[in-house]
Write a protein that binds this ligand. Structure first.
Ligand SMILES: Cc1cc2nc3c(=O)[nH]c(=O)nc-3n(C[C@H](O)[C@H](O)[C@H](O)COP(=O)(O)OP(=O)(O)OC[C@H]3O[C@@H](n4cnc5c(N)ncnc54)[C@H](O)[C@@H]3O)c2cc1C
Length: 360
């Protein structure tokens, strides 16, 4: 049995230091709220198992990808990234341009730069960062108790599940629209000469999004490859294989199989020599089959919140994190219901029944 908890943590305990947990932690610190941020591998640090954030293209489209209030808000994410950098220092955000696509406004967050800068920004903001694998969550009086693989459990009055694909294991009662896919990418150590440093080679339509939408209907493992090519640090990321499995098929796909499918599908890119040297990575990715992510309190679990299931986290997280922080920790001058009402209007509040009105 784990040793007793040393005493409740002050403020909010956020589980998961990927993009969602980290930007929420910064938004809570901007409200002067004490935050403990727990991650099994400290999220983006070197040597950690790759998270979705670590392998992301980081593209931030400057136009709405769908006719929904959330998409319209997410189209303003570049401004939020600029604001975050003004307050917390460089995070890797930079303007970009699309190759061979209409000249739409676009920017990106460089994953290598984010991995380098975010831990420093969190430390400077006063976030208490801890390393640990969360195993289970239970109610203990008026608190939540989080059991860890090693060391005494943590206790807190308010807990946020921001652990991406790790959320459901911690709270199996999460809404059914939250699912997990597997993504595979190739990492090139050096940027190929045909890709300029500010260029993004993206398919016109991402097949990943269509596959995620039909995830509840898949009867057997289904996969697609989106043949993108984007800079990352001094190198680049190529391709994105997305694999969706039917309900009940939780196993990690064979990396050898994933890599082979991805390499075969990328042959038309004509980067044979560069791709030969590239390293394959795969990671689980949480998403919501009906599109809207989850940001809000969980029904029947006072003090337990969720922040996960994004279809494009680099646009959605920076616009949702400040609203969720306001709902979690309203300032005395703020109308207590304002942020909650806004999150409901955006269709991300977990209590909303699936298919609730998300129109403009
Ligand atoms: C190849 C690829 C390309 C992408 N391209 C884009 C793009 O161009 N634009 C865009 O907007 N989005 C893109 N995405 C999606 C984007 O990366 C995600 O939406 C976003 O990173 C999700 O962040 P997250 O914090 O929710 O999850 P994650 O990054 O997965 O973070 C979850 C964290 O929780 C931790 N964790 C999990 N379980 C536990 C546990 N039990 N105990 C402790 N810690 C735990 C993990 O270690 C991890 O650090 C892409 C994703 C992939 C894979």
């Amino acid at each position: 049995m784990a040793a007793p908890a040393p005493g409740p943590l002050p403020g909010v305990l956020v589980i998961g230091a990927g993009l969602a947990g980290s930007l929420l932690a910064l938004a809570l610190r901007e409200r002067n709220q004490a935050v403990t941020l727990l991650d099994q591998g400290l999220g983006l640090s070197a040597g950690a198992a790759p998270s979705a954030t670590a392998l992301s293209y980081g593209v931030v489209p400057g136009w709405p990808l769908a006719p929904t209030p959330l998409s319209r808000l997410a189209a303003r994410a570049a401004g939020r990234w600029r604001g975050l950098e003004q307050r917390h220092g460089a995070l890797g955000w930079q303007p970009a341009r699309l190759a061979a696509l209409p000249p739409l406004p676009v920017s990106r967050v460089d994953g290598a730069r984010l991995a380098e800068c975010l831990p420093q920004a969190l430390a400077a903001a006063g976030v208490d960062r801890r390393r640990g694998l969360a195993l289970g969550l239970q109610r203990s009086g008026s608190l939540w108790q989080l059991d860890l693989q090693e060391g005494p459990p943590l206790q807190a009055a308010q807990v946020v599940l921001a652990a991406g694909s790790g959320c459901r294991a911690l709270w199996p009662g999460l809404p059914g629209r939250l699912r997990t896919s597997w993504a595979g990418v190739l990492q090139l150590e050096q940027r190929p000469p045909e890709l300029a440093a500010d260029q993004l080679r993206l398919p016109l339509h991402f097949q990943r999004l269509a596959l995620e939408r039909r995830a509840p209907q898949v009867q057997a493992r289904a996969w697609v490859v989106d043949p993108g090519l984007v800079p990352r640090g001094p190198g680049a990321l190529a391709g994105q294989l997305t694999l969706v499995a039917p309900d009940g098929d939780q196993g990690e796909p064979d990396p050898g199989w994933m890599e082979q499918r991805l390499r075969e599908s990328l042959a038309p890119l004509g980067l044979d020599r560069a791709l030969q040297q590239a390293r394959f990575h795969q990671t689980p990715v949480s998403f919501c089959a009906e599109g809207s992510p989850l940001a809000g309190p969980l029904p029947g679990a006072p003090g337990l919140w969720v922040f996960t299931g994004f279809s494009g986290g680099f646009a959605q997280v920076p616009v949702l994190a400040p609203l969720l922080a306001e709902a979690l920790a309203p300032l005395p001058a703020e109308p207590p219901e304002a942020a909650r009402r806004r999150l409901r209007q955006l269709g991300v509040w977990p209590q909303e029944p699936p298919g609730a009105d998300r129109g403009a």
